[in-house]
Design a protein around this ligand. Sequence first.
Ligand code: NDP
Length: 326
Amino acid sequence: MIPGRRIVIRSFGGPEVIETGDFTPARPGAGEILVANRAIGVNFIDTYFRTGLYPQPLPGGLGSEAAGIVEAVGPDVDMFQPGDRVAYVSNYPGAYATHHLMPADRVIPLPDDIDFEVAAAAMLKGMTAASLAEDCARMQAGQSALVHSAAGGVGSILVPWLKDMGVTVIAHAGNAEKADMARKAGADHALFGPFDSLANDVKTANEGKGVDVVFDGVGKDSWAASLASLRPRGLMVTFGNASGPVPPISVLDLSRGGALFLTRPTLFAYIATPEEYRDLAARLFDRIRRGIVRIDIGQSFALSDAAEAHKALEGRRTTGSTILLP
Ligand code: NDP
């Protein structure tokens, strides 16, 4: 087999634990395919696997999505053949590599009109945005939503997706430039700055009322502001930990907020079957093709510079999606 390169971590910690090393990709076994990655998505979840917030055996890999070309197929695989263009998301880290072994039924054929970089930038973040808006919150035209980190990877796709559904979108971002990006992506209102005054600003923007749904990937720092931004019986969708995990809560907080609903979704629970996975990917490709969402690759790094990519992401210095090129 051909020699490959991949990212390895031998201990949990900061970006400094990220190493690049040579490896020989394994031959695919039954039900598997080997993908030669052409572009790899960087996601905040990769930092959780690096720090150990999400545990994994060590030494371990990083990376949960990529796009590339099928290099080899396992003995019983008939869905794919070498040379096919594909993309995938994975709940087991390891995509930060020139080659990655995947179960064939967890890989999506990549349409010719979607290039590798866009697919790597869009699969995990775009399918997350789609599942949050349509399958988790099941938003309806005329409803309102607050979207945090609205210029980030998930946020920059979620904002136009919700707008296309007829939702009034109030975006929040860390600074004025990012808020401006969210406004250009279609947000009706784009707020920025500290979380202390956010609930008041949201209500001012939303005719004096709380919003129907909050989409919160920030976690710890925004928790209280998010709950306070909801209308009675509103839905809190807390889907990430960019500022740290939400501490244990009292369910009475939901009662005090006005009989609030709370969910903590993960994409992989919404694409558990191959049918759900392919359906969500098809919805994403459709929105990209029709220009409803624009995949903004804000920055790209060489695979060997993955640590720099993590520093930028955790330092809030990225916008849109970040990719690695092997
Ligand atoms: P982003 O590109 O959105 O980057 C994270 C953003 O979080 C930053 O740019 C920053 O935006 C904001 N932020 C606020 N506070 C902090 C902080 N203290 N440190 C770092 N960032 C902070 O990342 P992704 O699009 O990859 O992911 C967004 C969120 O979605 C993450 O929490 C991720 O875990 C979650 N996610 C969840 C999934 C699921 O299945 N549940 C799947 C995919 C992603 P700003 O400066 O504008 O505030």
